[in-house]
Design a protein around this ligand. Structure first.
Ligand code: BTN
Length: 304
């Protein structure tokens, strides 16, 4: 048995005696006691009296706290107090055959990675996590994974009372400030994706880390991160099985970019014009003075 199995049992039926638990899991009472102590060490408050064990309080964050809010799911949480970059850790594990559904979460990152080789500030209090996926879709469809992540974050943020939108290609915004960035890194050949690592960096219970960014603390106040992470993962799971045109449709309806005047800085040139749509691969269609351009990568600025 795993500690999380005991946790699920305690949250479903409390109080429950050590004897009943031992019998149910087919282990000794001493083994149950050790798992109870592990939960207490992680900040769970568990009362024990004549009737048995009772779960009284769940910590705000941590691997088991996320599992508690998730319940039975496809996700397996690996929690670290500190990591260089959860994407780097997840990639290493993916290369080592980590199964789909592994989620690396860290309280802080010392070398957080942003898009286009930028640094990503990751102090304690944020949500820094990376999902290991082994998608069966052809590599040409892989951009949908990042769209799914953005939609999942946006849906979850709505449940805590924020009003998010998505700025192309994959920034989750509140108003015109970025609250969350997504970095997808992939290993694939022409025919198949070996793994994809989806990194999600959400400025949660921190001050806005850089100019033009915001945080949940700044917008709606501090949130319960374990519950928020669980809701992002549950939304991701649901979208992961959805038809791609439905995902794209929802992405479009949440987009704050389509219909705006934009400037997109690409690696070698800058395109300016009206964002008129997003094609089935997630590329942005921009109507410029010289005609329509389809932009696949770049930094997008909303001008008006
Ligand atoms: C961006 O530049 O907008 C993408 C930022 C992605 C940051 C997240 S934090 C968790 C994961 N680990 C990393 O090193 N980066 C991603």
């Amino acid at each position: 048995m795993q500690t999380k199995d005991l946790l699920f049992e305690l949250s479903a039926s409390s109080p429950v005696s050590g004897e009943e638990l031992a019998e149910g899991f087919g282990v000794s009472r001493n083994a149950i006691w050790k798992h109870i102590e592990k939960l207490r060490d992680e900040g769970f408050e568990i009362e024990s009296n004549g009737d048995g064990y009772r779960l009284v309080d769940v910590p705000e964050y941590g691997g088991l706290a996320i599992e508690y809010h998730l319940g039975e799911s496809m996700w397996e949480i690996e929690y670290y107090d500190e990591a260089d970059s959860t994407n780097a850790v997840a990639e290493e594990e993916a290369r080592d055959d980590a199964p789909e559904g592994t989620v690396v979460v860290a309280e802080k990152q010392t070398a957080g990675r942003g898009r286009r080789e930028r640094e990503w500030s990751s102090p304690p209090g944020g949500v820094w996590m990376s999902l290991v996926l082994r998608p069966t879709m052809p590599p040409r469809d892989a951009s949908v994974i990042t769209l799914i992540a953005a939609v999942a974050v946006a849906r979850a943020l709505e449940t805590v009372g924020a009003e998010p939108s998505i700025k192309w290609p994959n920034d989750v915004m509140i108003g015109d400030r970025k609250v969350c960035g997504i970095l997808t890194e992939m290993q694939a050949d022409a025919e198949r994706i070996d793994y994809a690592v989806v990194g999600i960096g959400l400025n949660a219970n921190i001050e806005p880390p850089i100019e033009k960014s915001t945080s949940l603390r700044n917008e709606i106040g501090d949130v319960n991160r374990a519950s928020l992470v669980a809701s992002i993962l549950a939304e991701f799971d649901e979208l992961y099985d959805a038809p791609h045109d439905e995902i794209l449709e929802e992405w479009r309806s949440r987009s704050s970019t389509v219909g705006r005047e934009v400037r997109v800085e690409m690696p070698n040139e800058t395109v300016e014009g009206e964002a008129v749509g997003v094609d089935s691969t997630g590329a942005l269609r921009v109507k410029t003075a010289e005609g329509e351009r389809v932009v696949t990568v770049g930094d997008c600025e909303h001008l008006r």
